[in-house]
Unconditional design. Structure first.
Length: 396
């Protein structure tokens, strides 16, 4: 009797089991690889999505990567629609696609320049609330409108979104994820920085859409609005301050010498030390870096200790100038994109609480001391510059 009741109980619960009732087959999904958000007239938001084309793989288009050089099929298509906000634009956009839009594989989001200047808070709110977009997706600001970034067909990669992701992984500029951006904007300074991208014009004989997107600097945000930009050189200094120098070549000219020396930093340790001395707020930046010579365009013999010392001094000066230039820029914008307020709060909580309401002014007037210890550990097997005779080589 007990066995019969147990069997009836099991059979009775089967209809209430959920199973996979809400599953969506992958063949019914429009997989978004990158998205762009622009501000249009009449306060309209334009949402553009770069959607993967599954048939391009079976037809061999995946090998062509969207390049028109071989006449192969492209691997993505771009669709866009306007609305009063992203949600409205997305609902209209869905009506143009026969498959359900899926954000789970979207690794790139690009904000248009006009939208960035007017504020990205509403757009970021949608991306963080929606369950599908990845918090590890990379964020960018475009020079001009963002949609052309998605529409470009780069020859070397399958689609433009992949180009931007690869450049960020190489640390050509800043690497900022959606989570990083949210943390910066919700932190005490409420300041952020996002890499700026634009399209490199197509080469001779290439089609109009074959331009390649690349990183050209950094957009500086105060709260949710873009207040200015930093050049590539200033961005390099910012990367030193953030301890994100990687795959980076430093080129400098020693004093009183013709030609330049290029080094590839093999290691860099950055230490930022907040200080309050005699009620004056100060920041000490200590950097210890080692570089290896990859090109010597001077007539210095780097195997000579005096020549090597002169090259190291020039190396040190170059790094100091880059850092000071970057820090001066963000001070002028009163944008603590380094999150120094958090560092000062940890070390001096009582003093910081007193100036919390006007931290921007304290940050803008803060004294900065940069202490760089730069060393050239490997001069290479060729100590003198290649192509010069012994008489032309100098031991400084």
């Amino acid at each position: 009797m007990k066995s019969v009741l147990l069997l009836l109980g099991i059979c009775g619960t089967i209809p209430f089991l959920s199973g996979c009732w809400d599953r969506v087959e992958i063949t019914d999904l429009a997989i978004v690889t990158a998205a762009a958000i622009d501000k249009k007239d009449n306060n309209q938001i334009e949402l553009s999505v770069q959607v993967f084309i599954p048939s391009s793989i079976s037809s061999g288009g995946g090998g062509q990567g969207g390049s028109s050089q071989g006449g192969g099929d492209v691997t993505t298509l771009v669709r866009y629609e306007k609305g009063s906000n992203i949600s409205d634009a997305l609902s209209k956009l869905q009506s143009k696609l026969p498959r359900k839009i899926f954000w789970g594989h979207c690794k790139v989001f690009v904000f248009g320049e006009q939208l960035a200047k007017e504020g990205i808070q509403e757009q970021l709110d949608f991306l963080l609330r929606h369950p599908q977009p990845r918090e590890k997706a990379n964020m960018y600001v475009s020079k001009g409108e963002a949609r052309p970034i998605l529409e470009s067909l780069p020859p070397l990669e399958n689609y433009s979104g992949e180009v931007l992701r690869e450049l960020s992984d190489l640390h050509i500029g800043m690497l900022v994820t959606m989570q990083d951006l949210d943390e910066m904007l919700t932190g005490r300074p409420q300041a952020a920085a996002i890499p700026i991208v634009k399209i490199l014009p197509p080469g001779k004989g290439q089609k109009k859409l074959q331009g390649i997107p690349y990183i050209v600097g950094t957009a500086v945000f105060k709260k949710d609005k873009m207040t200015g930009t930093m050049t590539e050189k200033e961005t390099r200094g910012l990367l030193w301050l953030r301890d994100e120098v990687e795959s980076y070549t430093v080129t400098f000219q020693p004093k009183g010498v013709k030609g330049k020396i290029s080094l590839s930093p093999v290691s860099a340790k950055v230490k930022i030390i907040p200080q309050i001395i005699n009620e004056k707020w100060k920041l000490l930046v200590k950097i210890n870096t080692d570089g290896a010579v990859i090109q010597n365009g001077t007539n210095l013999n780097l195997s000579n200790p005096k020549s090597l010392k002169a090259a190291e001094r020039a190396y040190q000066t170059d790094i100091e100038k880059r850092i000071e230039m970057a820090f001066l820029h963000i001070q002028q914008k009163k944008a603590d994109i380094l999150g120094l307020g958090k560092d000062f709060y940890r070390k001096y909580p009582k003093q910081f609480n007193k100036v919390d309401n006007h931290w921007d002014e304290i940050f803008a007037e803060m004294e900065v001391e940069v202490d760089v210890a730069a060393h050239i550990r490997r001069q290479g097997y060729i100590n003198k510059s290649a192509g010069l005779s012994e008489k032309e080589v100098k031991d400084k």
